[in-house]
Design a protein around this ligand. Structure first.
Ligand SMILES: Cc1ncc(COP(=O)(O)O)c(C=O)c1O
Length: 381
């Protein structure tokens, strides 16, 4: 069978090194966040690596994501933190999936599901520390704790943890982080006053862990950092774990004045060579990077020219005529001079998270178990 035209190489050694780095440098325990297919890196593979390197917990947004890990045979504690009222809480309880709960209504639904299963649901009460997103509003915290205490007394739930999520931890030293930490401390004290004694407290994700601003609570939920992304921009220890490669499908020499792509936004200033790549915005290349992005061809950076299309982009290779079938690196760790995801994010005016999570389904995922990150550039398995 012919190799796939485009491939997303997942460098396990980079994920392993990142997980080991957090295990060694973090004062508390680690929860490896594997939501969104482990930020596009493959949830089962990442979960296994992270657990081997010292993570104690796994973290998912939906119950479905958590159940996929159970189906894969992973037995570590798993927390699912974002579910609608009609989610399959019974399945979660049956599979020993912990549930974050942010409202009395949701707690009621979870406890009824647990009653139907005849065993308590393990819950983490989730406080909104200030970002008005998925946590319980502060004014509702006491009521949530009281209900949780009552349902715990009845044996319907077990309050395992208390959690929050910092809004501004990527901005080092932001005063809001101190405010939100204090809100969390107050919430823990309030929960204790209502008779709750949860063993697990957690509010830090990657940024607050890297900077240390989220230290002191025992458990750290690490997503981005596992994948080599540091939202705080302060750590040089993390390694990107993806390389996106493709192959030229056609090439041509064009005269000065030739327009390229929809709208003819780009016009060749001089005679040049163009190579066509079978990747477009349907495959995850951000259209907003049109006219700015570069790729690595024959060891040199070359500009992508014209508007990105759904299925294809065009690279200007100057005086070099590239043969169909020649490899191109779209992004990677940067070791061979190829652009990084961070550069792509800059060209597109977005963050690395968005790019790694939206590589399209047409791109083959190739897991590189042994090859050191950066050594496999330009080849597909
Ligand atoms: C509640 C929660 N905890 C932890 C994380 C992981 O954050 P990060 O990827 O910055 O480590 C996320 C991701 O957005 C999240 O929503």
């Amino acid at each position: 069978m012919a190799p796939p035209a485009s491939a997303l190489l997942v460098h396990h050694d980079a994920i392993r090194a990142n997980a080991a780095h957090f295990a060694a440098s973090t004062e508390g325990r680690l929860m490896a966040v594997i939501k969104a297919d482990a930020f596009g890196h493959g949830h089962t593979e990442v979960a296994r690596i992270a657990l081997e390197e010292g993570a104690a917990w796994l973290g998912a947004a939906s119950i479905d994501e958590a159940l996929a890990l159970r189906t894969a045979g992973l037995r570590a504690p798993i927390l699912s933190w974002l579910n609608p009222l009609d989610a399959d809480f019974e399945a979660a309880v049956t599979a020993d999936v912990d549930l974050a709960v942010a409202s009395p209504t949701l707690l009621g639904a979870v406890s009824r599901a647990a009653a139907r299963r005849g065993r308590p649901a393990r819950v983490h009460l989730h406080l909104d520390l200030g970002m008005a997103r998925e946590g319980c509003p502060r004014e509702g915290w006491s009521a949530l704790c009281e209900l949780a205490h009552e349902l715990q007394r009845q044996g319907a739930v077990q309050v395992v943890g208390l959690m929050g999520h910092l809004s501004c931890a990527d901005a080092v030293g932001h005063p809001q982080t101190r405010v939100e930490r204090q809100r969390f401390v107050n919430a823990v004290l309030a929960a204790r006053r209502r008779g709750l004694r949860p063993g697990v407290l957690h509010l830090a994700a990657t940024a607050a862990t890297v900077t240390g601003e989220g230290n002191g609570f025992g458990l750290h939920r690490i997503g981005a950092g596992l994948y080599g992304i540091d939202p705080s921009g302060t750590s040089s220890a993390l390694r990107p774990a993806l390389t996106l490669t493709t192959h030229v499908v056609a090439s041509r020499e064009v005269a000065a004045g030739t327009g390229v792509g929809y709208g003819l936004d780009h016009v060749a200033e001089a005679r040049t060579n163009l190579a066509l790549l079978p990747l477009g915005y349907a495959d995850g290349l951000p259209r907003a990077a049109s006219g700015r992005a570069e790729v690595l061809v024959r060891g040199r950076r070359r500009p992508l020219v014209g508007r990105f299309s759904m299925d294809m982009v065009v690279v200007d290779t100057g005086g070099e005529r590239i043969r169909p079938g020649e490899p191109v690196t779209v992004f990677g760790p940067g070791d061979a001079g190829e652009p990084t995801v961070a550069e792509w994010a800059g060209w597109a005016g977005t963050i690395e998270h968005e790019l790694v999570t939206r590589v399209g389904a047409r791109v083959a995922r190739v897991h590189r178990v042994d090859a050191p990150a950066g050594r496999s550039l330009g080849r597909t398995a």
